[in-house]
Ligand binder design. Structure first.
Ligand code: GLU
Length: 330
């Protein structure tokens, strides 16, 4: 249940490149839970920082439709504040290093100080950080501050139960985007997972199902924009299961492969010439009724033996263009 008082949360990725799906889950969980969200960049470990890593994360968050209320706040720019906070504690806290030899703060110190300074009420993060909770609480006590509530969610593992990795093809936002999965589907999948108590296995077929639903719900202009296709082509793209397939469909209608068909195809194509004025579904029905070779027609129109529903291809092509392709194929 959502507490009545305003909840202040933070999402704190390290700038290591496109968000791992598990980190994206953390981001969505924070956004869904919090009234106010800080975007904090945990860049205290220069060895892990990747050039352009922060921009990539910002772009991933925007792609997922996650807006934040403050930030990005970079820990690298708050070193003085961390040193000041650590002054009464020293460079070490028990067995934990707070300040490195060069005077820079470690993640442990920086994270707790930031949670204090930004009045974070709930820390929501992956269960890989559960071992840090006791230390973070102890640091709060030593600093004389009240710890936030800690909520650790289960991790997303690969479908096989191993650590999610590139081999699964969907381990980061970049990979999902490259696979043509629309942002809405990824967001819906993560919203659906919520705050899993235990580790969950990635369910690629669920993501693909949500992709089909997201495409179905997408307005014509939007689908045209995302595939770079003219809006007249959109009905022919509707059968695609993801944005890459939709782009392929658009491509094969716009830029047909040249073909030359055997004479056996002639009667079907001649009949098509006579019918070409009509609605695509009617044309297909009539060709079927006379035993026409629909595969030959598809080949003549697109140069491929597979693709969007034939009737939608017929509807998408201006009559002149369809006839030109028929002539070229014969
Ligand atoms: N930078 C840490 C990570 O990316 C965040 C840890 C935290 O939320 O406290 O895992």
């Amino acid at each position: 249940m959502r507490p009545a008082a305003s909840t202040r949360v933070r999402f704190a990725p390290s700038p290591t490149g496109s968000l791992h799906l598990g980190n994206a889950l953390t981001a969505v969980a924070n956004r869904d839970f919090g009234d106010w969200l800080l975007l904090r960049i945990d860049d205290t470990d220069p060895a892990r920082n990747v050039p352009g890593g922060e921009e990539t994360i910002l772009r991933d968050l925007e792609w997922l439709g996650i807006a934040w209320d403050e930030g990005p706040v970079r820990q690298s720019e708050r070193q003085e504040r961390y040193r000041e906070a650590a002054a009464p504690l020293g460079d070490r806290f028990g067995r934990t290093t707070l300040l490195r030899e060069d005077g820079s703060a470690t993640y442990q110190l920086a994270s707790v100080v930031d949670d204090v300074d930004f009045a974070i009420t709930h820390v929501i993060r992956g269960s890989d950080h559960r071992p840090n909770e006791a230390l973070h609480r102890a640091l709060h006590e030593a600093l004389g501050t009240t710890p936030p509530e800690y909520i650790h969610h289960g991790l997303i593992l690969g479908p096989d139960g191993r650590k999610l990795s590139k081999r699964d093809g969907m381990s980061s936002i970049a990979e999902l985007r490259d696979a043509g999965i629309p942002a809405e589907a990824v967001r819906a999948y993560l919203d659906e997972l919520g705050l899993p108590r235990h580790d969950v296995h990635l369910d690629p077929s669920r993501i693909r199902r949500l992709a089909v639903e997201a495409l179905a719900a997408m307005p014509d202009e939007e689908l045209a924009g995302r595939t770079g296709a003219p809006v007249e082509l959109v009905p022919a793209l509707r059968g695609a299961r993801d944005l890459n397939e939709a782009r392929d469909y658009a491509q094969l209608i716009l830029v047909p492969e040249p073909v030359s068909l055997p004479d056996a195809a002639r009667p079907t194509l001649e009949r098509f010439r006579e019918l070409a004025n009509g609605d695509g579904h009617v044309v297909v029905r009539e060709l079927k009724a006379v035993g026409g070779d629909l595969k030959a027609l598809r080949l003549a129109l697109t140069g491929r033996d597979r693709g969007p529903e034939l009737a939608t291809i017929i509807d998408a092509l201006p009559r002149e263009e369809a006839l030109r392709r028929i002539d070229a194929a014969l």
